[in-house]
Design a protein around this ligand. Structure first.
Ligand code: SF4
Length: 387
């Protein structure tokens, strides 16, 4: 039998593997607990497993951690790890501590093929999907490393929330995402509630429907624009799945979602999508149509983007338009920006194998609208946006 990495399996997968070794399901549960609850990687440590099983495991399986390329700590307590995943690729994972929670931002791909204008990962291009084991290994490492580092008591957890918002579009790596989510949710694994695990997508409509059926968790959608003309340019996937289709899939998702709202992420870009008119268009789009909350994200500039962060007062005014219309809206606190760990800044190292980087670098610059409250939709050059 070929040697396999046990981090690749959810509990059902591990049970099937153990069956091949002639072992019963409860052995898989014991093994799963050793790996995920205790952070063990050495089968010799797993004292309640029969010696014969430990020997079989030693010959057929392993628990493979990711190689840490670097670690950076922010002054606000945020920690960013760069993991070498081979082949010249490295992905980033970020731990964001808060008073009442510890959130881990997890990557799903080395790079990303969607190519959003405002995203550092998107500008790097795409190399490959991570495996389920590589996704889980980010949590496995962070949880057990932080328990020791923070000197947590037995039973205390370092990671209480997970956001699939690191590098990559998780719904374009669906077959690895779902088993990884199951490990996070499993009571014998990390036991996280569905409400505390969030998948963030740029809007892969058919996969939103599949996630609803297979493994519904909290859903965040990167909206970033109130109309198709602008969103086509900021989030190119919109050309395939325009806003109306996306919102319809959000409503279908809500039938099974653990929360009764969808979070819409909206990155505030100076002069691009941040006028009061844009806010009014958003109200028109969602109010009475989809149960949602808005999370306004201060843009974290990087040179290739050609974009700037909206001034604070404009973000506040934008939020007020939404709030006055009864749309729940928060402004995200920027965390870890001194170590490039904030939203949209994750870049890792990516060997672009799909020419996404080339495509994105040849796109026409976005038209910046600076004066008046009319909004970009009136001044935007359609020809340019399709370039
Ligand atoms: S925002 Fe998300 S989907 Fe868009 S390029 Fe970045 S990682 Fe990909």
């Amino acid at each position: 039998m070929k040697s396999v990495n046990l981090l690749e399996f959810d509990l059902d997968g591990l049970a099937a593997f153990c069956e091949q070794l002639g072992e019963k399901r409860f052995r898989a549960t014991q093994l799963f607990r050793w790996i995920h609850q205790k952070g063990a990687s050495d089968f010799a440590q797993m004292s309640d497993l029969a010696k014969s099983l430990r020997e079989k495991l030693a010959g057929t399986a392993f628990v493979k951690p990711l190689t840490i390329a670097s670690e950076q700590a922010s002054t606000d307590g945020t920690i960013k790890w760069l993991f070498d995943v081979g082949g010249g690729d490295a992905v980033e994972t970020v731990f964001i501590p808060e008073d009442d929670r510890g959130t881990l931002c997890v990557s799903s791909q080395a790079g990303c093929a969607v190519g959003c204008r405002f995203c550092s990962t998107g500008h790097q291009g795409f190399s490959r999907n991570l495996t389920a084991g590589e996704i889980v290994a980010q949590l496995w490492f962070a949880e057990h490393h932080l328990r020791k580092r923070l000197d947590l008591a037995d039973g205390e957890r370092a990671i209480t929330n997970i956001v699939m918002m690191g590098m990559g579009e998780p719904l374009q790596n669906y077959s690895a995402l779902v088993p990884a989510l199951r490990v996070m949710l499993d009571d014998h694994g990390y036991g996280l509630s569905r409400r505390r695990v969030t998948v963030s997508t740029s809007g892969v409509v058919p996969m939103i429907d599949r996630l609803r059926d297979d493994c519904p968790v909290a859903l965040a959608v990167s909206l970033h624009a109130p109309n198709d003309l602008l969103r086509d340019d900021l989030v190119p996937l919109n050309r395939k799945y325009p806003i109306a289709e996306l919102l319809a899939s959000c409503n279908r998702y809500l039938d099974a979602a653990p929360r009764d709202f969808i979070t819409f992420e909206y990155c505030m870009l100076d002069g691009v999508n941040d006028t009061p008119e844009h806010a009014r268009q958003l109200v028109h789009l969602v109010r009475d149509h989809v149960s949602c909350k808005f999370n306004l994200i201060p843009f974290n500039p990087f040179p290739e983007s050609g974009l700037k962060r909206s001034p604070r007062e404009r973000v506040t005014a934008f939020a007020r338009v939404l709030q006055d219309a009864g749309v729940v809206t928060t402004i995200r606190k920027t965390r870890g920006d001194d170590i490039d760990a904030a939203c949209g800044q994750l870049a890792g190292e990516v060997q672009d194998r799909t020419r996404v980087k080339e495509r994105i670098s040849t796109r026409a610059p976005i038209r910046i609208h600076r004066e008046g409250p009319q909004g970009v939709s009136e001044t935007y050059n359609k020809q340019e946006s399709k370039a």
